[in-house]
Design a protein around this ligand. Structure first.
Ligand code: C2E
Ligand code: MG
Ligand code: MG
Ligand code: MG
Length: 290
């Protein structure tokens, strides 16, 4: 009987593994056509000044609607990375983000946009060159006399810094020379040996939402955030707190004098039109005062 039970258990896990593999294969198959089928859309999540609530920048977040079903980036980005599709997808995202940045400029609502970049896109020298060249090709495609580098931030993760390759350093230096800002996303979730932060040319860190969630659990968890903030200050890096959902979390963030906040407490990611409307409203309110 125990034998039969073990066997069932084995079959159960075997089925689960097979189902997961089939799902991955399906997602991969459809992902290949997602760009040409117009299934991607960018959402925008405002990042605000925690003291005034004013929108100071926004993160660009990719959305995929396939057959009327929303598939989370948490699921499809890893599949895109494994298959290499992430390179084309990343380029699509950056084109759309630049189009939006220019549109904002034209409407007199210039606002920096923050774009996620997969470490896979920096994997080889060829890919790094392709990454740089792509900005030039967008510039040509839209016949831009100036490229809005100053309005763009690239969000990279700690795993990139772990690679400790001097050519990645050079790439980041070149991007910053052009006016782009570099932000370290999900800070604290990797094995961030803090010394990497000293050696890498970055401007900003985003404290991962897992740390923000733990604020409610007490002083020891708060101490971690305090340490991250004081280290960032010493290194002259700006700080964004990600995933702020409650008043208590916001209060602590303000106590820490953190520059910027992103989270459902203020705004969820939203479609472009809603985002443009929101910015226009904010602009009107501000001009009422002057
Ligand atoms: P991320 O870059 O850390 O983005 C922040 C994620 O946290 C987003 O999830 C956002 O919707 C979510 N978030 C923001 N505020 C809150 C909050 O208050 N509470 C909670 N629970 N969540 C909040 P999303 O849009 O599902 O994206 C997940 C991840 O997928 C991103 O994490 C990023 O790593 C990746 N991703 C999204 N778009 C792109 C893209 O265009 N390119 C690449 N390479 N990766 C992307
Ligand atoms: Mg991000
Ligand atoms: Mg993040
Ligand atoms: Mg994250």
């Amino acid at each position: 009987n125990a034998k039969a039970k073990g066997r069932n258990c084995f079959e159960f896990f075997n089925d689960k593994i097979q189902q997961a593999a089939e799902r991955t294969a399906q997602v991969h198959l459809h992902l290949k056509n997602a760009i040409s089928n117009n299934e991607f859309e960018l959402f925008y999540q405002p990042i605000v000044n925690p003291f005034t609530g004013q929108i100071i920048k926004a993160e660009v977040l990719l959305r995929w609607l396939h057959d009327g079903q929303f598939i989370s980036p948490e699921e499809f980005i890893p599949i895109a990375e494994e298959s290499g599709l992430i390179v084309q997808i990343g380029e699509w995202v950056r084109t759309q983000a630049v189009v939006c940045a220019i549109e904002l400029q034209q409407r007199q609502l210039p606002l920096p946009l923050s774009i996620n970049v997969s470490t896979i896109e920096f994997w080889s020298n060829e890919l790094q060159q392709r990454f740089l060249n792509y900005f030039d090709s967008i510039q040509q495609q839209f016949d831009l006399t100036v490229f809005p580098y100053e309005l763009l931030t690239l969000e990279i993760t700690e795993s990139l810094m772990m690679k400790q390759q001097s050519n990645i350093n050079l790439l980041l230096e070149e991007l910053r020379r052009r006016g782009l800002n570099i932000s370290v996303d999900d800070f604290g979730t990797g094995y961030s040996s803090l010394s990497y932060l000293v050696n890498f040319p970055v401007d900003q860190i985003k404290i991962d939402k897992s740390f923000i969630k733990k604020i409610a659990q007490g002083e020891r968890h708060k101490a971690i955030i305090e340490a991250i903030v004081s280290m960032s200050r010493a290194l002259d890096l700006s700080v964004i707190a990600e995933g702020v959902e409650t008043q208590a979390e916001l209060d602590f963030i303000k106590e820490q004098q953190i520059d910027a906040v992103q989270g459902y407490y203020f705004y969820k990611p939203m479609p472009k039109n809603d985002f443009l409307t929101l910015l226009a409203e904010q602009q009107n309110k501000l001009s009422d005062f002057t």
